[in-house]
Structure formats: structure tokens, C-alpha cells
Ligand binder design. Sequence first.
Ligand code: GNR
Ligand code: NI
Length: 168
Amino acid sequence: MALLSILEFPDPRLRTVAKPVTEFDSELEALVENMIETMYAAEGIGLAASQVDVHKRIVVIDVSEEKDSPRVFINPTFTVIEHELQDYDEGCLSVPGFYETVSRPRRVLINAVDATGTAFELEADGILAICIQHEIDHLEGKLFVDYISKLKRDRIRGKLEKAHRKSA
Ligand code: GNR
Ligand code: NI
């Protein structure tokens, strides 16, 4: 097992559109294990492969209280089953320290395959619905800061760039 390093906004690699997974092999299994370990170490509730500079359609999520129920979503898609929006103060491991309100559909039907290539579907609401939409955005090269004003986004970019210069 290994911890993977997480790209931070405004790194242009976060804008890469991820490709579907086609090989369900031990290499994929190892990557998924490392993503789960990295998500827990970073105290996140989700992680998309894009964030660790692997541009494949892989997401891990654990929204459980005990942090003992990791879920794996490969090639995930969703359809909205309740268009009513819910507001949530979102954060992102790739935008550390910043939280902004984002509105997303309240209830979605997720279609994905697991690490063995077996298809499944799952109805999601609450934080799971928010998180899967946030993670699928990452696979499309999209970040939650894209939903807020340019003024706020540029302010966050400036602060993170300054922090990156200091730690370089
Ligand atoms: O840990 C995370 N918390 C979170 C809170 C509100 C909405 C979305 C998230 S996902 C985030 C982890 C992350 O960056 N996943 O891409
Ligand atoms: Ni994120």
C-alpha cells in the first residue's frame, strides 16, 4: 500500500478528462487500494483518480461515520431522479482550506462497475449524492470552484498559489 500525492488547484492536470477503465486487473486493484488509503489519510469522504494524476474513471467514497465502508465506483455515471436542488458547503482535497456553497440535484441513480468489472446501480441522496456528483465532476476535469463567482475563484487561486510558492 502507498499514499498517493494529491494535485492542488490550479494545477492544469486537474482539468484532464479521464478515460474509461477497460482492464480489470491486479494493477487496478492496487490503485483502488492506494486511493482508499490516500482518502482516509487525507480525511476526505471521496477521492477521484484525477486528483492523484491518474486520468482514469475511478472514484472511491466513504461517507460512513466509522470510516469503515469504502465504496468503489468505476466508470460511474448518474441520472437525476429528483431535480430539486440541495445546497451544501463543499470542500475538496484539491482545494485545501476553502469551502463554498454549491447546489446540486438532491437524488441521483448511480450506475457503475466494481473493481471486478461487475455492474451495479445505487440510488443516492444526502451527502452520498453530493459526493458522487463532485467526484464525477473531477473525472470531467471540473472542480467545485467552477460553480462559484470568478472573483471568489480567483481569490482562492491566488491564496493557493502563494501557499505553493512558500512550500516549494
Ligand atoms: O472530503 C471531501 N468532502 C466533501 C465535502 C462536501 C462536498 C464534497 C466533498 S468531497 C471531498 C473530498 C474530495 O475532494 N473529493 O474529490
Ligand atoms: Ni474534490
